[in-house]
Design a protein around this ligand. Structure first.
Ligand SMILES: [Zn+2]
Length: 239
């Protein structure tokens, strides 16, 4: 039985703790980043810890970056459980889920909480009620935003349909109907508006040509920042 060795390296203000696994067959040191275990070195039997500290220090920037990215991915892709206290987003604000037993299914946004009343508090029942609530609000708010941005763009107010399309935020069909993913209503309004304005510009410009981006930029000069932000936070909305 081998004792697990541990050490820690400082990189600026960041402490990088790591574990060492000794291997008789190893001639070199290797570093692995494990989302749950952290930093794990595999090293020959005789390499002193001081030497391993230097190896970690030399790779510190890469290690910190990997750890940071790993935890961000975990947060974004953590499966939804639909339990009390879980955080849900609506128009960019966070609300805590509160499940209440009651005969008639109902969802209310109140005092920082998303209060869900369901007869049976199973995850499936709560999910169904929550999704219906999001869809209802998407169907209310997205046509309002489309009307506002259609006016700015000088185009006719289109038909707006709400869909369950996991991968796309919006689309524009050849007849000029706009479809939006209900999930976008979790985003802050300025990101919702980016998606709405983007699809409206497609009424005049089918493809993402220079003319398309110029038309969008005329009504939304900061569209690039909004698009970038949506790329960063978008995966949190996919559940
Ligand atoms: Zn597009």
């Amino acid at each position: 039985m081998m004792a697990i060795e541990r050490s820690e390296v400082r990189f600026g203000l960041t402490a990088i703790p790591y574990m060492v696994r000794r291997s008789q067959r190893r001639g070199t040191v290797s570093i692995a980043i494990d989302p749950s275990m952290g930093v794990l070195l595999t090293a020959p039997q005789t390499t002193p810890i001081a030497r391993l500290d230097r190896v970690v220090h030399d790779k510190a920037r890469w290690i910190v970056e990997r750890l940071r990215r790993g935890s961000a991915d975990a947060e974004r892709t953590a499966p939804r459980e639909f339990v009390n206290g879980e955080t849900f987003l609506y128009l960019g604000r966070q609300y805590r889920l509160r499940i209440v037993a009651g005969a008639v299914a109902k969802v209310v946004l109140t005092g920082g909480r998303l209060a869900v009343t369901v007869p049976v508090g199973s995850a499936a029942a709560v999910r169904k009620a929550v999704v219906a609530w999001y869809r209802h609000h998407a169907a209310e708010r997205l046509p309002e935003r489309a009307a506002i941005w259609a006016k700015k763009l000088g185009v006719a107010v289109p038909v707006v349909l709400i869909r369950d399309q996991r991968r796309r935020w919006g689309s524009c069909d050849p007849k000029g109907n706009l479809r939006f993913n209900w999930r976008i209503i979790q985003a802050a309004m300025r990101l919702v508006d980016y998606v709405v304005a983007h699809e409206l510009v497609h009424l005049a410009h089918r493809n993402h040509t220079a003319g398309f981006w110029a038309a969008l930029g005329r009504v939304m000069p900061d569209y690039e920042a909004r698009r970038e932000r949506l790329c960063q936070v978008g995966r949190r909305f996919e559940w």
